[in-house]
Write a protein that binds this ligand. Structure first.
Ligand code: ADE
Length: 241
């Protein structure tokens, strides 16, 4: 088994305490993933441990300076564990490409991910430019700027948590029932671009509401056809297609 290594650089390491819980926590204990959280301020050189500055050209807010990021990323890169590993740098930002299940699958097959969590108005654009340039940084696997959606969070930490959870549950051995991954909303294959339809458990009647008859029929073909139809209906009603 190869361990997936994940490094996170942030000015709020405490944000990542929930990774100890549940599926991801168990995957760490079992050695499926190795998550290391680093404080960006450990890579500052001034008395105030400052990480931000005003933007050139003016405008509201502060921007993260490139220098602490360069130092922190180089330090993470030099702590390579396995030979031939090249980290992929993921920068959560509302101006990135949308996160999809397909990206999560792709990153689940990548053995080293590094997350750069920006705060304020983001990170000086030269950081993504520098580490994404294969000629300048051949020992990196590139840079992906990703967005969780068309809204603005206070920083990249929550987005990194989301991406780590979406990727981790796809790693072999993290979710015990492999079918629950192939049946997921947006799963690759038959469910691509579809959300799952409704699901039910006992009791069969709850507050006057019945479980659909087909699900208790025992007829697996009818059940599969009903689920496929419900997935279509739900997907259309959510304007996802
Ligand atoms: N950082 C701030 N807002 C974000 C978003 N919507 N997605 C990813 N990272 C972010």
């Amino acid at each position: 088994m190869t361990t997936t290594r994940i490094d996170v650089i942030t000015i709020f390491p405490d944000y990542f305490a929930p990774l100890q819980l549940s599926l991801v926590g168990k995957a760490m204990t079992e050695g499926i993933i190795d998550i290391r959280v680093h404080d960006l301020r450990d890579h500052t050189t001034d008395r105030h441990r400052s990480v931000d500055d005003t933007p050139y050209g003016g405008g509201p807010g502060m921007l993260m300076s490139p220098e602490p990021w360069g130092m922190a990323l180089d330090a993470v890169r030099s702590a390579q564990q396995a030979p031939n590993q090249r980290p992929l740098l993921i920068i959560p930002t509302p101006s990135g490409e949308p996160l999809t299940q397909e990206l999560a699958h792709r990153w689940a097959e990548t053995d080293w991910l590094v997350f750069a969590c920006g705060r304020y108005e983001g990170i000086d654009a030269r950081v993504a430019q520098y580490y994404g340039d294969a000629k300048v940084c051949p020992d990196w696997a590139g840079v992906r700027e990703v967005s969780l959606g068309n809204y603005v969070l206070a920083g990249g930490e929550v987005a990194a948590l989301v991406i780590i959870e979406a990727v981790s549950r796809l790693l072999p051995g993290v979710v015990s029932n492999a079918d629950s991954i192939t049946d997921d909303s947006f799963a690759l294959g038959a469910m691509a671009d579809l959300v799952e339809g409704p699901s039910f458990t006992r009791p069969r009647t709850w507050r006057g509401l019945e479980v659909p008859e087909v699900l208790v029929s025992g007829n697996h073909e009818r059940i599969a056809a009903w689920r496929a139809e419900q997935a279509q209906i739900r997907t259309q009603s959510r304007h996802l297609r």
